[in-house]
Design a protein around this ligand. Structure first.
Ligand SMILES: Cc1cc2nc3c(=O)[nH]c(=O)nc-3n(C[C@H](O)[C@H](O)[C@H](O)COP(=O)(O)OP(=O)(O)OC[C@H]3O[C@@H](n4cnc5c(N)ncnc54)[C@H](O)[C@@H]3O)c2cc1C
Ligand code: FES
Length: 403
C-alpha cells in the first residue's frame, strides 16, 4: 500500500479551501502569534522547496558499461535532514567544482517519489565521450562523497489535466532515467497513467534497468517495455530506430495518447520528423532535451561566415569580466570555462533560470530550443545556455541564487 502524496489527494477538496480558511480566521481569537524561533508552515515549505540539498553518496551500482547509478542520502551533518519530495520526471541540478570552474549539470532522478520518502534518491549517469562532468563523476564519486544539489526541478512530469491516459515514452541512451521513475510511480499508484516505453539503445547490453523493468511488467499491467536496438537483433526486441510506424504499432488505435521524449539531440532530429507525420495535438508531445545544444554552426540558419573566436564582457554582481568565447560554445560554457559561477539549471533553454540581458553584440539562438517570450525578444533578453556569439558580445547576468 503506497503512502499518500499530493497526487493521490482528491483535488475537489481544494475548492473548499478558501471558505474553510476564512471561517477559521473569523473564529480565531485576536491575539498576537507566539514568538517562536521558526513556524511549522515555514519549516514545511523549506523541506519541500529547499534552496540547496546536501547529499552524500551511499552506494555506487554498475548499471551497464560506462553507466553507474549513485544512491544518495540526505547529509544531516551538512544541514539537510530529509530529501525534498518530487514528481517523476524531475531532475537535480548538481554543482561541482572541477579545477578552477564551478560547473552545474542537470541529472534526472531515476528513483521514484516513494523512494524519496524512504530516504533515497538515485541518479544514473552515463559517460559522455570526452564529457567533462560525467567522466569526473564516474571516475571520482565513491561512497561517502559529498554532493551539492538543487531542489527537484523541471516540468517533464505527467499531469492528469493535460496529458492523455496513455503515455508512449521514447527514451534514447541515458534519457531512460526519468522513465524508470515514472514506471515505478505508476506501479506505486502515485501516477494514474499507462506507460508504453520504447527504449532505444545500440545493443541490449547498453540498455539499463532491464531486470527491473521486466519485474515491473509482471507486477504492473499499466507498464510495457519495448527495446528498440539500432545495432543488434535480439529475440523480443525491435530493430532499427524509433519511427512513426513503430509508435503506431504500440500506441492505442482508438484513443488519444501522449508522447514523452527524452534523449540526445540526434534522437530529436530524427524522432521529431517522424512524430510530425502522426498528426498528434501539440499538447500531447512533450520533450526533455538531454544535454547541451551541439554544433550550432551546422544549422541551416546559422549566420554565414560568422564562425570564430570573440570576446565576451560580463557584468555580474557589481563586477565586470572580459573573457574569450567562441561561436561553437554557449555563452554559459564560456563563463564557466573562465571560472565565473553563472546561474544555470536545465542548461537547455527551458527553465529560464539563466535569463540575462544582451547589452551589445550579435548572437545566434537555435530556433528549436528558443523558448523566450515576446517581451524577452523585444527588450533583448537571452538564455546564455543556448546562446552562441557571432560577434564580440556584452551581457548583464544576475548572480546565481542557488545551485
Ligand atoms: C534535464 C536533464 C536531465 C539529464 N539527466 C541525465 C541523466 O539522468 N543521466 C545522464 O547521464 N545524463 C543526463 N543529462 C545530461 C547531463 O546533464 C550532461 O549533459 C551529460 O552528463 C554530459 O555532460 P558532460 O559534462 O560529461 O559532457 P559535455 O556536456 O559534453 O561537457 C562538455 C561541455 O562542457 C564544456 N566544457 C569543456 N571543458 C570545460 C571547462 N573547463 N569548463 C567549463 N566547461 C567546459 C564543453 O564545451 C561542453 O559544452 C541530463 C540533461 C538534462 C538537460
Ligand atoms: S539554464 Fe535553464 S534556460 Fe538556461
Amino acid at each position: 500500500m503506497s503512502k499518500p502524496n499530493i497526487k493521490s489527494l482528491d483535488m475537489m477538496k481544494f475548492t473548499a479551501m478558501v471558505p474553510t480558511r476564512e471561517e477559521k480566521i473569523a473564529a480565531a481569537p485576536a491575539k498576537k502569534l507566539p514568538e517562536l524561533k521558526s513556524y511549522k508552515a515555514n519549516e514545511l515549505a523549506a523541506a519541500l522547496h529547499p534552496t540547496v540539498q546536501h547529499l552524500v553518496v551511499a552506494e555506487v551500482i554498475d548499471a551497464a558499461p560506462d553507466v553507474k547509478t549513485f544512491v544518495l542520502k540526505a547529509d544531516a551533518e551538512a544541514g539537510t535532514k530529509s530529501l525534498a519530495y518530487f514528481s517523476a520526471g524531475q531532475y537535480l541540478s548538481l554543482s561541482l567544482k572541477i579545477g578552477e570552474s564551478t560547473i552545474t549539470r542537470p541529472y534526472s532522478l531515476s528513483s521514484s517519489p516513494q523512494e524519496a520518502l524512504e530516504g533515497k534518491y538515485m541518479l544514473t549517469i552515463k559517460r559522455a565521450g570526452e564529457g567533462l562532468v560525467s567522466n569526473f563523476i564516474l571516475d571520482n564519486w565513491k561512497v561517502g562523497e559529498k554532493v551539492t544539489a538543487s531542489a527537484p526541478l523541471g516540468v517533464f512530469t505527467y499531469e492528469l489535466l493535460r496529458d492523455a491516459g496513455t503515455v508512449i515514452g521514447l527514451a534514447g541512451g541515458s534519457g531512460i532515467t526519468p522513465f524508470r521513475s515514472l514506471a515505478k510511480a505508476i506501479a506505486d499508484g502515485d501516477e494514474d497513467a499507462k506507460l508504453i516505453l520504447l527504449y532505444g539503445s545500440r545493443t541490449l547490453e547498453d540498455a539499463v534497468f532491464q531486470a527491473e523493468f521486466k519485474e515491473l511488467e509482471k507486477s504492473c499491467d499499466k507498464f510495457k517495455l519495448v527495446n528498440v536496438l539500432s545495432d543488434a537483433e535480439a529475440e523480443g526486441c525491435e530493430h532499427g530506430f524509433i519511427t512513426a510506424d513503430l509508435i503506431k504499432k504500440y500506441a492505442p488505435a482508438d484513443e488519444d495518447y501522449s508522447i514523452f521524449m527524452c534523449g540526445p539531440q540526434a534522437m530529436y532530429n530524427f524522432a521529431d520528423k517522424e512524430i510530425a507525420t502522426l498528426g498528434i495535438r501539440r499538447k500531447f508531445v512533450r520533450h526533455e532535451l538531454f544535454g547541451e545544444y551541439r554544433n550550432p554552426e551546422k544549422d541551416a540558419d546559422f549566420p554565414k561566415g560568422k564562425e570564430g573566436k570573440y570576446t565576451l564582457s560580463v557584468k555580474m554582481a557589481g563586477k565586470e569580466f572580459t573573457i574569450p568565447c567562441t561561436s561553437e560554445e554557449s555563452l554559459l560554457v564560456a563563463m564557466e570555462r573562465a571560472g565565473i559561477a553563472a546561474p544555470a539549471q536545465c542548461r537547455s533553454g527551458i527553465c529560464g533560470y539563466c535569463h540575462s540581458q544582451l547589452l551589445k553584440g550579435d548572437v545566434y539562438v537555435p530556433k528549436s530550443v528558443d523558448g523566450r517570450r515576446l517581451a524577452d525578444l523585444q527588450f533583448g533578453y537571452i538564455h546564455p545556455c543556448i546562446t552562441f556569439p557571432v560577434s564580440d558580445v556584452s551581457i548583464d547576468v544576475p548572480p546565481a541564487r542557488t545551485v
